[in-house]
Design a binder for this molecule. Structure first.
Ligand code: SAJ
Length: 414
């Protein structure tokens, strides 16, 4: 085998499942994380994130000794960087975690090493990574300097897995492998082919970086289009989900679903990297971001309008997660809506989120806001606000819904 040891930097939603999959395919994996609790949890065979079936896999590879979590990086044949790339206040990308990763990898590099960046990154970051590594190791030749004669291979291979389906998509999705040189990409393809059932598509690093950003910008723009259609349908008093379902019967139309906004850590972030890189050109992408970011406020306004006719409105808020059937509350439009309703004292808020046992910190200090179960909340409510289409909400009694004011932001009960 070409790569017997792999070090993965960052044990989050991408790094941990990637480590686990590599380990199940006979590779000795050491995962590094700055958070000591994460390291301790993984070494006990447990996980700190929620992802179906992942804990069983991690527990197996930790028990067999194939995966170890550590706080300080160790030497390996290949290094995979899977750290966050957030944006700053002005939407400029923050690649400082990648720079830190480069600094920690550099002392461990030897001739033939492979360094892969998987974090979603602005165009040009992989070449920058190569320069950061070169700065620390003048004894080695890097691909931005020496092209095919380089001692170290540097590659961009974006993660593309959907939270909630990570283990399946890691193996079955195709991968784009962007090498600074072709040889870099070919070396990385050998590593990915140890577990991949999808195909590897080889290109240069800048094309791969832009392809990843384009995927998420495409989804964001499509959702913004759906949200705009929903606003137009409102003007005509037409159900937008019916419109979209029918339009999608056309063989070349595939409109996504309107909703309360776009959450998560990818689609609401990554398009800004394109806007920041080419502000004059990225007009549609910027507008799509603005439309989707404005959705939560639109929902709050609609709820306040409907609540105005009750003297002491009780509002059942169904769902807090950023999307259906997961427990991830980060960057969730539902959280933003519930928080604004509470801050603006819209009424008594009965929040139902089947995936949590207690309210998150940011919602705890509002006396008129409590976590409730589904039937209690729906019974007591004047207004039922559906924010997330969790499967638990599908079976709500239709007769009950007829008696209440219903605001269904997902078209779940149409
Ligand atoms: N949403 C809608 N309408 C839709 C689909 C989604 O409002 O029709 C909302 C969701 O409710 C959620 C947000 O968009 O709030 C994002 O959810 P998502 O399921 O579209 O995507 P993520 O953020 O969970 O994962 C995306 C995926 N990218 C694409 O599908 C192009 C995933 O494959 C990427 O790996 C991931 O981003 C990432 O890490 O970049």
């Amino acid at each position: 085998m070409d790569y017997q040891t792999v070090a993965v930097i960052g044990l989050g939603y991408i790094g941990l499942p990637t480590s686990a999959i590599l380990a199940t395919h006979g590779i000795q994996v050491v995962g590094v994380d700055v958070n000591p609790n994460v390291v301790a949890t993984i070494n006990q065979g447990r996980i700190h994130i929620v992802e179906p079936e992942l804990e069983a896999v991690v527990s197996g590879v930790v028990a067999s000794g194939r995966l170890r979590a550590v706080s300080r990086l160790e030497g390996a044949d290949a290094f995979i960087i899977a750290v966050p790339t957030p944006f700053k206040d002005d939407h400029a990308p923050d690649v400082s975690y990648i720079e830190q990763a480069a600094r920690s990898i550099a002392p461990h590099l030897r001739g033939g090493a492979l360094v892969i960046l998987e974090s979603t990154s602005p165009v040009g970051t992989t070449e920058q990574l190569s320069r950061w590594l070169a700065r620390e190791r003048s004894d080695l030749r890097f691909p931005h300097q020496a092209a095919e004669a380089a001692d170290v291979n540097v590659v961009y291979c974006p993660e593309r897995v959907l939270p909630g389906h990570v283990l399946h998509e890691l193996v079955y999705n195709d991968r784009i492998i962007g090498g600074i040189t072709r040889r870099c990409a070919e070396r990385a393809a050998i590593l990915y082919n140890t577990f991949l059932k999808g195909q590897c598509f080889i290109t240069d690093s800048r094309t791969a970086e832009m392809a990843k950003l384009s995927e998420n910008a495409f989804r964001d723009a499509n959702i913004a289009f759906a949200n705009e259609l929903a606003a137009i349908a409102d003007v005509f008093d037409i159900n937008p989900w019916n419109v979209i379902e029918l339009a999608n019967r056309h063989p070349r139309v595939n409109i996504l679903q309107p909703g309360p906004g776009v959450g998560g850590h990818c689609i609401a972030v990554d398009p800004w990297f394109l806007v920041h890189g080419a502000p004059a050109q990225a007009r549609l992408i910027r507008t799509a971001r603005e439309i989707n970011d404005a959705q939560p406020r639109q929902v709050v306004c609609k709820v306040k309008q409907r609540a105005a006719r009750f003297s002491a409105p009780v509002i059942a808020c169904l769902g807090l997660a950023y999307k259906a059937d997961i427990d991830d509350l980060r960057e969730s439009p539902a959280m933003e809506i519930v928080r604004e309703l509470a801050e603006e004292r819209t009424g008594t808020l009965l929040v139902v989120e089947p995936h949590i046992k207690e309210l998150p910190g940011s919602l705890r200090d509002f006396p008129e806001l409590t976590l409730a179960n589904l039937s209690e909340a729906c019974d007591k409510a004047d207004i039922i606000l559906l924010l997330v289409n969790h499967r638990q909400f599908k079976g709500v009694d239709r007769r009950l819904l007829l008696e209440k004011v219903v605001i269904d932001t997902r078209g779940f009960w149409r």
